[in-house]
Design a protein around this ligand. Structure first.
Ligand code: GDP
Ligand code: MN
Length: 361
């Protein structure tokens, strides 16, 4: 998971990495209240999870007099389609020199790969392509507690010595936070010292629990609801709701919808052994999406019993039509329950999907 700049910056700070003074704001008024903390000029930085923010208009320099107006302007903007809800306001730095420093996982050697260049501030991929000699590299076994001094010297060459300390602090963050990437671009030299003018940290998703990080900021209400019930649920952009059991069967249902030129509104796998209540919650959840016009329920009875599924569908009491394909344990009982309540039960998944696609045409 990629952290936002202000989140990464707060972690970097804990490890002693110096950064410009600043604070997070959620409205232009909040900036006005604290503008005195930032000096005569400040930099307003949109906190959006987007690469190349600066070029995309997400970074503005402002004077004390214009700061509030500029902040209001930035809050109105979308950066590569992402709305700006938070801005990091920092003091303006007199930049003399920009460096780039990063530490990443090198999967092939299972080591930390440190990259450093005195051509900071630019896009590192472009630089690596156009001037590979300008990017210095070093590999380090992750068992090492520090970057050895000789390695720091080779990386820095003529760069200020204090950067060596920052590289080691960055390496600590990288190791202790289970990062896939820790990056400072640009790392700047100013008359007042060296500062991390930007902060980027990507944490290994497999380590989020250990790091005590909960991810729910990008989940929709329905996705949160799905998480609560333990469903695998992904929202898509079509109008046919899909409920299946098992990832394979659910994916196959999506493929069939595509094959018959329909568009799925979601993927929902209820998991194994779903009872009446679980099925009811799943149906309600999918039906709560306003773009869903018809729902295909494609379940294979094993431990899951078809009569339980049928009762679950009926008790959901939703307004959209439900097209059902049930096979396996207690299939006949399930069919009987549904027939009595006016639901369409299909013999095969092909039929069920075809009927759903026709229903929305
Ligand atoms: P990014 O585009 O998301 O990487 O955003 P950055 O935080 O790296 O900012 C982009 C660029 O804006 C930097 O490379 C700097 O050149 C410039 N910039 C950011 N803060 C300052 C500052 O305080 N002073 C000056 N002179 N330039 C800055
Ligand atoms: Mn940057």
């Amino acid at each position: 998971m990629k952290l936002l700049e202000h989140e990464a910056r707060a972690l970097f700070e804990k490890y002693g990495i110096p950064h410009p003074r600043g604070f997070l704001i959620r409205s232009p008024g909040e900036l006005q209240e604290r503008i005195g903390e930032l000096g005569e000029r400040c930099v307003l930085k949109a906190q959006v999870d987007v690469g190349g923010r600066g070029k995309a208009g997400g970074i503005l320099v402002a004077d004390r007099a214009t700061a509030e107006k500029k902040a209001a302007e930035l809050f109105e903007r979308e950066i590569k389609g992402v709305p700006v809800r938070e801005i990091l306001a920092v003091e303006y730095l007199e930049i003399r020199q920009e460096f780039y420093a990063s530490i990443a996982i090198d999967r092939s050697t299972k080591q930390a790969l440190i990259l450093f260049t005195d051509q900071g501030g630019v896009d590192i991929e472009t630089l690596a392509k156009e001037r590979p000699d300008a990017v210095r590299k070093a590999s380090l076994p992750l068992l090492m507690h520090d970057i050895p001094p000789f390695m720091v010297r080779d990386l820095l060459q003529s760069a200020p010595k204090e950067i060596g300390k920052i590289l080691n602090q960055l390496y600590r963050v990288f190791c202790e936070k289970d990062a896939l990437l820790a990056e400072i671009n640009p790392l700047v030299v100013t008359p007042g010292g060296v500062y991390a003018a930007d902060a980027k940290l990507i944490i290994d998703d497999n380590a989020l629990a250990r790091q005590g990080i909960t991810v729910n900021r990008d989940l929709t209400e329905r996705e949160r609801e799905a998480e609560k019930h333990g469903f695998s649920y992904v929202e898509l952009t079509g109008d046919i709701g899909v409920i299946g059991n098992g990832a394979g069967l659910t994916m196959a249902t999506l493929d069939l919808i595509e094959y018959y030129e329909g568009r799925a509104a979601n993927f929902l796998d209820v998991g194994g052994g779903a009872d009446q209540e679980r099925v009811m919650h799943a149906v309600r959840l999918v039906a709560a999406d306003p773009s869903v016009r018809v729902i295909v329920v494609n379940l294979l009875g094993g431990i899951t019993r078809c009569d339980e599924v049928a009762k679950g569908i009926i008790s959901a009491g939703i307004s959209q039509p439900v097209i059902v394909r049930l096979a396996g344990t207690n299939e006949a009982e399930g069919r009987k329950i549904l027939d009595g309540c006016g639901y369409r039960m299909m013999e095969s998944m092909e039929q069920a999907v075809k009927a759903a696609v026709e229903a929305v045409r």
